[in-house]
Design a protein around this ligand. Sequence first.
Ligand code: CP
Length: 326
Amino acid sequence: MQKMQFKTSNLAFANVTDNGFYGQDIISVKQFDRSKLAYIFKVAEEMRTMVERFGSADLLQGKVLANLFYEPSTRTSSSFAAAMLRLGGRVISINEVRYSSVIKGESLPDTVRTLECYADVIVLRHPEVGAAALAAKYASKPIINAGDGIGEHPTQALLDLFTIQEELGQVDGLRVAMVGDLKYGRTVHSLTRLLCLYDVEFDFVSPSALRMPEEILAEVREHSLPYRETEDVNEVISDVDVLYVTRVQKERFEDPAEYERFKDFYVITPKLLQRAKEKMIVMHPFPRVYEISYEVDSDPRAAYFRQIQNGLYIRMALLAAVLGKA
Ligand code: CP
């Protein structure tokens, strides 16, 4: 049956400029507090209901998103594009900067100042830490950080936290293990910072060469939250509520032999999960390479595809919020 489009033109919430997000850049999870998170999560839940009932809406009709990706992406790029399209807007995609004027030497500031002539919001992924902040300094339209090198990936952390809350019904009181490449994985940096707003315990599980950076550990200590570091996932598997697994970030290694040494350091298997709680979840930001065996996918505790789905609703909520329509 053909789905009807959800018409928002007569609804009171169609224009909201005092939501704390209107016209703002989204650069770091440090911009969020619990009330801002609650707002975005509530809008995301409404977006999910809308998508399930109608498929699309006209909330952002006439708006244009520029997707500017200097690094590869499947989920972040396509979920932002899908979010804009499902809200009735349009998308300019520059996913291969080598086919843009960047290859001729155009700077990031000039590139974003050009794109904002055409678009209302710019989503940026870049290999350098601080690139999104630099772009935001020059652009007058909102910049959303879609990953800046090993720095942050704030929208991923929002969808991760939303997934934890949806799956387990709460965040306070949970024990969260992060497993894998904690040195270069920007998703674990952002998620750890965001979880510092809650009463949680951390287990940081990594090879010693890929430990969580001291800067992030210091932030955990500042929030007086307990954490442990170990190389052995067996030490924590029976106690955790969330097992957040990450891939070893091949593209960040200068020495390919180092990557080969660590790439399959951890592989989550059904056998390992036999020792995990009945009520817990396995998460992964994806892409998955070696870290979770495919046999785990049929375990109801494997939440990673639901996590990917949630990325659509969170990004719909963020786009609507920064464009003053949520
Ligand atoms: N999780 C994530 O950022 O995936 P992509 O690299 O495919 O965008």
